[in-house]
Ligand binder design. Structure first.
Ligand SMILES: [Zn+2]
Ligand SMILES: [Zn+2]
Length: 250
């Protein structure tokens, strides 16, 4: 394909249900691929790409719903390398998680895995990237990417914060989490409700908003997600509620 496409492989937060796997999205571009978080939806990655080009995997934080899909790394053959982008400190956390007795260490997989922490800088990436801390119960980062002139921001697991707006500034697509139901907030456990996500998109002057990471305990049906979209649309018109398999062309 010539353009840039977002494919939502997993759209649940917290745990898998009949309505979806946990959070993972593919950004499909000519020459390389980007994977946003490695929840259970990553099992579908091989349905969409052939691994002949480098894959850049961004991990926002290390809550299990965002990383347990790393366990299926052995299922894929990243022949041109797997590059994992994390916030600072990610390397030592992955040394624990991606290791025995939990799973097969990266070093034992039949392809090269390189971990790039934010502090290492992103000069070697084939796309522009900015990573900023978000507001969550553990250190969490969001990312802004310029891929062939298309700007995509990914803001998972965060409360409303200035950095989320900054990452989404003028973006063609803001992919935002939507854990809470319309109007719901809990300051001790920061997440977005549909209105919060829409407010970020609106204040940032983003062109479109995709809601994902629907908390599995709060969003049990497709209608629940469509209700979230309706609530967001009251603040930001161009909003999509994602399901596993949703495709957005940019
Ligand atoms: Zn999460
Ligand atoms: Zn989280």
């Amino acid at each position: 394909m010539d353009g840039v496409r977002a494919v939502f492989l997993g759209t649940n937060g917290w745990y898998d249900t009949e309505s979806g796997n946990t959070v993972c999205a593919l950004i499909d571009a000519p020459g390389f691929k980007v994977v946003l978080d490695a929840g259970g939806g990553i099992r579908r990655l091989g349905d969409y790409i052939d691994f002949s080009v480098p894959v850049y995997m961004f991990l926002s934080h290390f809550h299990i719903d965002h990383i347990w899909g790393l366990h299926v790394s052995v299922k894929f053959n990243y022949t041109s390398g797997l590059f994992i982008i994390t916030g600072d400190g990610g390397r030592s956390i992955l040394d624990v998680f991606q290791n025995r007795p939990f799973t097969i260490p990266f070093a034992d997989l039949p392809y090269d895995v390189k971990i790039i922490e934010a502090g290492d800088g992103f000069a070697d990436l084939p796309f522009g990237a900015t990573v900023l801390p978000l507001q969550h119960s553990v250190p969490t980062v969001g990312i802004r990417m310029d891929i062939l002139g298309r700007v995509i921001a990914y803001c998972p697991d965060t409360g409303y914060c200035a950095n989320a707006v900054e990452l989404a500034r003028g973006a063609d697509l803001l992919i935002a989490e939507c854990s809470y139901r319309p109007g719901e907030t809990h300051h001790e456990w920061p997440h977005l409700n549909p209105g919060d996500a829409a407010r970020i998109a609106s204040e940032a002057g983003a062109k479109s908003l995709a809601l994902t990471h629907f908390d599995a305990s709060r969003y049990e049906t497709r209608k629940d997600r469509m209700d979230a979209r309706s609530a967001a649309e009251m603040i930001f018109r161009n909003t999509a509620a994602c399901f596993d398999g949703t495709v957005i062309d940019l």
